[in-house]
Design a protein around this ligand. Structure first.
Ligand SMILES: C[S@@+](CC[C@H](N)C(=O)[O-])C[C@H]1O[C@@H](n2cnc3c(N)ncnc32)[C@H](O)[C@@H]1O
Length: 258
């Protein structure tokens, strides 16, 4: 069976539009996963995936790469804390925030910790956190991390917002309750509107250039007109942002201007 046919069959089976992911990178990852299971034939692999839910999960996890970190790329989080969030918090209503492609929750919880500090008076869920991978969302909801995952978290925040149990760190309820996790596929589900802030970091890199362009337009439309901010990953500059009504306000932060 050709790779192309395999992709199509998997797409039909899982509902994920694999044609929009970067082809060579995806093929390399799938082949390495097959090799690790002693397989070389796509037809055989497809049958295994269809028969065994564990194999399907491993395939999806490998494909969607849900590696993350708290405060990933710290200098950008500094800009978020010092400039972007204070500006957003000047607005009348509590901000509406979306972490798209949130993996195991490191990103939305990092943000929730900042918000607790900057706006302790806001006491309701503020952050919608979504991902295509239902398994990683269960982990996110539990809020339990190993020591290496919290390596980037400043020690004062660890003391304040985590409880250590053995070798794991449990995020406290006051942070957890600020985040709502939901399953959402960026390639096919509708986007909500009027976000003050959208974080979509280290997700679009897996998609083809065409798909990235389309998604940036959809993020633009999902932001609050005049002033909504999109925070991207550190390899995800938007070229000619002005063409889609955005303006770079700092490295990797784009504001909707019309
Ligand atoms: C590398 S992680 C990025 C996590 C976090 N944003 C960060 O920067 O650390 C990429 C995440 O994108 C998710 N993802 C991949 N394809 C997706 C899609 N079509 N819709 C929504 N999320 C997707 C994966 O499941 C994974 O959790």
């Amino acid at each position: 069976m050709e790779f192309e046919m395999f992709l199509q069959a998997i797409g039909e089976y899982t509902g994920i539009d694999l044609a929009k992911y970067k082809r060579t990178q995806m093929e390399r990852r799938i082949r390495s996963l097959m090799r690790s299971q002693g397989l070389t034939d796509y037809r055989e692999y497809l049958l295994i995936i269809k028969k065994d839910a564990g194999s399907l999960n491993r395939f999806l996890e490998h494909l969607t790469i849900n590696v993350s970190e708290f405060f990933r790329n710290p200098p950008q989080w500094e800009i978020l804390k010092e400039t972007i969030l204070p500006e957003i918090l000047k607005r009348d209503n509590p901000p509406k925030i979306w972490s798209a492609g949130c993996a195991a929750g490191e990103e939305p919880y990092s943000l929730a910790m900042l918000m607790r500090r900057l706006a302790p008076e806001i006491n309701k869920p503020l952050i919608l956190a979504t991902d295509i991978d239902e398994h990683i969302l269960i982990k996110a909801g539990s809020g339990v991390y190993k020591e290496r995952s919290v390596a980037n978290v400043p020690s004062n925040l660890i003391k304040k917002y985590f409880v250590q149990k053995g070798d794991s760190y449990h995020i406290k309820e006051e942070i957890k309750k600020m985040v709502i996790f939901k399953e959402h596929d960026l390639l096919k589900d509708p986007f909500h509107r009027n976000f003050d802030l959208i974080l979509c970091r280290n997700v679009l890199i897996y998609f083809t250039r065409e798909t990235r362009k389309e998604l940036y337009k959809r993020f633009h439309d999902a932001l609050r007109p005049q002033g909504g901010i999109l925070f991207t990953g550190s390899t995800e500059q938007i070229f000619k942002a002005s063409k889609i009504g955005m303006e770079a306000v700092a490295s990797f932060f784009y504001k909707r201007v019309f």
